[in-house]
Design a protein around this ligand. Sequence first.
Ligand code: ZN
Length: 210
Amino acid sequence: MIAAAYVKDMDASRAFYELLGFRESSAGQAEISAWSVMRQGELSILLASTRPALDVPPLPLLFYFFYSDLDAVVSVLDAAGVPVTRTGHPPHALGGEVKVLDPDGNTVLLGQRERSASRPPADDEGLIRFSILREAAALVSSRGVAPRACQVTGRDGGRCPNPAEVKLADSLGDSAWVCLPHAEQILVTVPAAFIASHDERGIAAFLAGH
Ligand SMILES: [Zn+2]
């Protein structure tokens, strides 16, 4: 399989993937298009560009690359002045995960599967699987939204004893404040559920303005 990505500026994109350890193995050009195959070990990605450039919206995830030594790659990116955002240690990347943007604004995630020998296991690993949930909870707590009790009730009718940290909603308009373990369970089992973010201007803001 060769993954393909359309890029606006072939030179800028080639330079970006070189920072990630890829080297150009073949390239070509025609009147209104150009392409480059970038290789790293057994991986190949095909960069393609057209004139005029295709109007591809910035993708929330273009590639996810795993490295055995994430810090080494991050050093290279730092030295090149590429902004790197650390996104924590999710279960698929116990050695760490970072987010970078390619020259077209697409998100590229870099992860290290195995925990580094120098890093002890965190207490909350396995409990909170999604770093995005943790980010949402941090946002809620930074905004000073009053914490409530988790609204999930058990089969015996008893309330979940955990504090609520995030608000989940679904497309029918139902919502609930829940603890992080329940948030994870709901997001995995209820396809229509999403995190109700306080970052977004909601319908209330729209109605207030009309
Ligand atoms: Zn709960």
